[in-house]
Ligand binder design. Structure first.
Ligand code: UDP
Ligand code: MG
Length: 326
């Protein structure tokens, strides 16, 4: 029975033309190695290079095996994966990156592992091949996420992951715009585990994440997880007000004891205090803005993505687009 379970491999593609041939080859080999039926779904996230053509060619070369979902523009990695998940039909769904940093050869191991009774299988990158800055940022993020989701996973950044159908269906029911898939999945997972996988340097093409995109991703992650920052904000505000009040009394006393000369010099101290408050207010307003912006996005409820066409017809464009319209 378990032998016939369909496996879907979902890959977001954004300007990965030089990697695509090798990617498709290696994924198909890995898929065959699982000994089960499988489908490979490539989501073109508005690439401006020849990725779309390559995906269409792969779809023609492997009919019924390789499918393409072509989005009409760039919606970001996580939205692209969502479009791929919506198109997938498998009982077990594996996601990975198109840049071959995650070796497709690990797919059979992931499938085996999830078959031992897990909802989600994450991965930890052995010898992660990324810059020092990104590794430090990731390790802080991982700690925070662990704390809020309560699911112990060491590496939330690695997209080489396997999910069961019911987890994917639950994720697809979520209509919020700023998603961070690994965290979303874990919030529905009963049993989750992780295995070690190898990680390679990006050989062709460049990383699609610059500093700004990484900062955006961090905000998505934080605000998608909890409203705790908002509460912290109030706590912070109370502490600052209390400190300010205490400081005011101190200044008054000093004025009474040492007279007006002291107070005149104290003007600068006052400025310093004022700047602390003004700074805190700005932090607060910024944070409120972050949440408000997300509420605004969700209230408008625009589609997360729009599928322009499909290759090999995994499901029709309407079917993939449908959920967001209803
Ligand atoms: N990607 C995407 N849309 C984007 C950015 C990235 O579909 O807007 C895809 C990209 O093609 C790759 C994966 O997401 O398959 C991870 O991107 P990248 O390797 O640039 O990220 P990094 O490894 O640097 O975190
Ligand atoms: Mg990469």
């Amino acid at each position: 029975m378990s032998e016939s379970k369909l496996i879907s491999i979902v890959i977001p593609v954004f300007n990965e033309e030089p990697n695509l041939d090798e990617l498709v080859d290696r994924c198909i080999k890995a898929g065959r190695q699982t000994g089960r039926p499988f489908e490979l779904i490539l989501v073109n996230d508005g690439s401006s290079d020849g990725s779309e053509k390559k995906i269409a060619a792969a779809g023609e070369q492997y009919p019924g095996l390789v499918f393409g979902v072509i989005l009409n523009r760039n919606y970001g990695q996580h939205n692209a994966v969502m479009a791929g998940l919506e198109a997938s039909k498998g009982e077990i769904i594996v996601t990975l990156d198109a840049d071959l940093q995650n070796p497709p050869e690990e797919i059979p191991r992931l499938v085996e592992c999830i078959e031992t009774g897990y909802d989600v299988v994450g991965t930890v990158r052995k010898n992660r091949q990324d810059s020092f800055f990104r590794k430090v940022a990731s390790s802080i993020t991982n700690k925070v996420v662990q704390h809020y989701t309560g699911v112990m996973m060491t590496d939330y950044g690695c997209m080489l992951r396997a999910y069961r159908r019911h987890i994917v269906d639950a994720m697809l029911e979520c209509t919020e715009r700023s998603t961070f898939i690994p965290v979303l999945a874990n919030s529905f997972a009963g049993a989750a585990t992780e295995i070690e996988v190898s990680h390679h340097d990006r050989s062709k093409g460049r990383s699609k994440y610059d500093l700004w995109k990484l900062i955006n991703l961090q905000f998505d992650l934080l605000t998608s997880m909890s409203t705790l920052p908002l509460r912290l904000l109030s706590v912070f505000g109370v502490i600052i007000s209390a400190a300010g009040f205490g400081f005011g009394i101190l200044l008054l006393l000093m004025r009474l004891i040492y007279g007006a000369t002291w107070a005149a010099e104290g003007v600068f101290t006052l400025f310093a205090v004022l700047f602390v408050f003004v700074g805190a207010q700005f932090i607060g307003m910024g944070l409120l803005g972050e949440y408000l912006g997300r509420v605004y996005h969700d209230v408008r409820a625009r589609p997360r993505y729009f599928v322009r066409r499909t290759v090999g017809n995994p499901k029709s464009e309407q079917q993939i687009n449908q959920r967001m319209d209803s």
